[in-house]
Design a protein around this ligand. Structure first.
Ligand code: IVH
Length: 663
């Protein structure tokens, strides 16, 4: 067999394996760019050997995400892929080819962000959403309707719509949600998800819809498949307008450009603003706008000839790995973090990167002192791709997780079922310190003057073992600690005293119940109004809360059933901490019963600050705009939420008007 034939067979098998990992398992082993390179290499070999049968080649198909557990459903119109390029010259060539085909025309292109999510096709019949299907193999996909219904902002019905309509778009996960889920997994010692796209892909394929609802997904729609009547639209840009009229979440920005050179200018602009979008983007999609020209241009077996994806290179840089630091989470899980010589990447300074777990360090043989290649692709947390072995210092040794733990005096055990190390003993001082740091943090009880250095000392001296012991501290004990003067001791005692009046959700969050973050703590307070009611809640009643799924419900139930935690709660109560919802006190606020949607960056307030002000006035915030929204607090007059608010005739306040309202 000639070498090129062997290479073709090898590459086809290799790419098929990567397709399986990406589409079916949602756990790719290589990044998009590396994958695209393999595909390009295969396509070039195949082009030089046209005698080989292409039908079985991954270059001729769109992958396949179907799983046995789901029903399959055939798309009325296939869901194709796109040819892609990383080169502006190839993009210009694409335009020239079309110009050859249509020499008499001025070609208008629609330039859209390319969303790095999971493709979905929604069928609306007589205006009602009846089905959601994954892309599958492009011809038929998995029926994921129950997981897709209820994604925020997705309308169940649309008015004045064609009889049958397939709406196409991407499901994605916001970065903040991705981090929330990973933090909870870290606390549980479970393997972390590599990026929001994989997690979104895994979430829409969960078999239990309530589990899927436990994770916040979002959706954005940009196109259509089948449409009856078929002449309903005449151009791609009309679709954008109609999707907006039907109140779908749509692209935050798109451009109409005359000629491919102008389209390129739009792509350059997109690259400067895309970090601000709520969805992750990895490129631009350039589409011929006019539908009759699209039809004339036609299709290959897997992609239209009238569109192309231009992909942005993920930014990478080499830097020095100064050390591998082992960090203990609030529930005792030890995670390795790479401490880097700071380096500029994708507009931010990167000085830390995730190392996931021991296996990842071994697999890549990453050692302190190595020069490493770091990548930050879109929303993905910085990762170490590889080690530059040519720059490895002489005498360098592989990193030993267990030796490192020993040197630090940390008594952790490796979980036999996972790649995680965990401090098993609850009375281990390091674990106690982490639990106390979490309790004292801003997002929880916000206890000023109770920093890491103080916590270390009070735990080391055996003064405090759990959160309740904090309230037994005396001024005299504090004065005995390093760097404590009378004033600082008095301040800390006062801060502890005032923390007893914290809101119930702050306490719930501060307890460090696995999986329970700030929002879930607020949801629990809103539903149960007291800590005792939560402690005696059944799994079913916990699960009935919007945003709490079965894993979290079980975790809360198990936490309160634990004897030590029971004692802790009794002690906290005896110290007089607030166990009840304070909502009644807020009845006076100007925003009681009002829902405020936030959009765009405000000049003088962070999102958190604006949320706090709204909640302090008795209102609640939402991130989507609907008829239930009372008003919109908008940073700038752009974006789909702004447009939607205008259409619904909602009042839109800027920061000044908002401050005046509250004043
Ligand atoms: S149009 C027939 N527009 O990227 C052409 N696709 O790599 C259909 N994608 O299959 C695709 N953003 O899942 C289109 N603005 C956008 C997109 C987009 C993301 C996805 C889509 C497509 C894949 C191709």
């Amino acid at each position: 067999m000639p070498n090129s034939q062997k290479d073709i067979i090898r590459l086809r098998a290799e790419i098929a394996e990567h397709d399986r990992l990406y589409y079916k398992d949602a756990q790719p082993k290589i990044d998009d760019q590396a994958y695209d390179r393999l595909k390009l290499e295969l396509a070039q070999l195949e082009a030089a050997k046209p005698e080989f049968n292409f039908d079985a080649s991954p270059t001729q198909s769109v992958g396949d995400d179907r799983l046995d557990a789901f029903d399959s459903y055939q798309h009325r119109k296939p869901m194709l892929s796109l040819d892609n390029t990383y080169s502006s010259d190839e993009l210009i060539d694409f335009g020239r080819r079309l110009l050859k085909r249509f020499p008499e025309q001025t070609l208008t292109y629609l330039v859209e962000p390319k969303i790095d999510g999971v493709a979905v096709s929604l069928t609306y019949e007589n205006g009602q959403l009846i089905r959601a299907v994954s892309r599958g193999n492009g011809i038929e996909g998995d029926d994921i309707t129950s997981n897709v219904r209820g994604i925020r902002g997705l309308p169940d019905s649309i008015a004045n719509a064609p009889d049958t309509l397939e709406v196409r778009g991407e499901i994605y996960m916001q970065h903040s949600e991705f981090e929330r889920i990973n933090a909870a997994r870290e606390a549980e010692g479970q393997a972390l998800y590599a990026n929001p796209r994989n997690l979104a892909a895994g979430t829409i394929k969960l078999l239990d819809p309530s589990e899927s609802r436990n994770r916040q997904l979002d959706i954005v729609l940009y196109g259509i498949g089948a449409c009856e009547p078929s002449n309903y639209f005449t151009a791609q840009s009309e679709i954008q307008e109609s999707l907006n009229d039907w109140h779908f979440p749509i692209l935050e920005k798109y451009w109409l450009a005359n000629g491919i050179e102008n389209a390129w200018k739009c792509i350059v602009e997109l690259d400067t603003i895309r970090q601000k979008f709520t969805y992750p983007t990895d490129g631009a999609v350039i589409k011929l706008d006019n539908f009759s020209l699209q039809e004339e241009a036609g299709y290959t077996s897997k992609a239209p000839r009238w569109a192309i994806a231009y992909k942005f290179e993920a930014e990478r840089a080499e830097t020095l790995l100064k050390e591998i630091s082992l960090q203990v989470g609030r529930t005792g899980v030890v995670t390795p973090v790479a401490i880097l010589e700071p380096v500029q990447l994708a507009g931010t300074t990167v000085s830390r990167a995730t190392l996931h777990n021991e296996d990842e360090i071994q697999r890549k043989d990453i050692r302190p002192g190595d020069t490493v290649l770091v990548q930050k692709a879109g929303e993905i947390i910085p990762q170490i791709l590889s080690v530059n072995l040519g720059k490895r210092p002489v005498g360098s040794q592989p990193f030993s997780f267990s030796n490192h733990l020993k040197a630090l005096g940390v008594k952790a055990e490796r979980d036999p079922t996972q790649a995680a190390w965990r401090i098993v003993r609850k009375d281990d001082p390091i674990r106690q310190q982490r639990a106390l740091q979490h309790f004292a943090s801003r997002a929880c009880m916000d206890i000023e003057n109770l920093g890491t250095a103080v916590i270390e000392q009070i735990v080391e001296r055996g003064l405090v073992k759990n959160q309740a012991d904090l309230y037994t501290l005396t001024e005299a004990q504090l004065l005995d600690l390093d760097k404590f003067a009378e004033k600082s001791a008095k301040n800390l005692i006062a801060a502890l005293e005032s923390s007893k009046g914290c809101k119930l959700w702050q306490l719930i969050h501060g307890l460090g119940i696995p999986h329970v973050g700030k929002q879930s703590a607020k949801d629990l307070e809103a539903k149960f109004n007291s800590l005792e009611a939560i402690a005696s809640a059944t799994i079913e009643s916990l699960e009935a809360i919007d945003g709490i799924g079965s894993i979290m419900a079980q975790s809360i139930h198990a936490w309160f059933a634990d004897a030590d935690n029971h004692t802790l709660i009794e002690q906290l109560k005896a110290h007089g901490l607030n166990f009840d919802s304070a909502r009644q006190e807020k009845v006076e606020g100007i925003l009681v019963g009002k829902t405020v949607a936030l959009t765009g960056a405000l000049p003088g307030l962070s999102r958190d600050e604006a949320t706090q002000m709204i909640e302090a006035a008795g209102g609640r915030t939402s991130s989507s705009v609907s008829k239930k929204t009372d008003f919109v607090l908008a940073g700038e007059a752009t974006g789909s939420k702004y447009v939607k608010a205008k259409e619904l005739g909602l009042s839109i306040l800027d920061e000044r008007a908002f401050r005046e309202l509250l004043a």
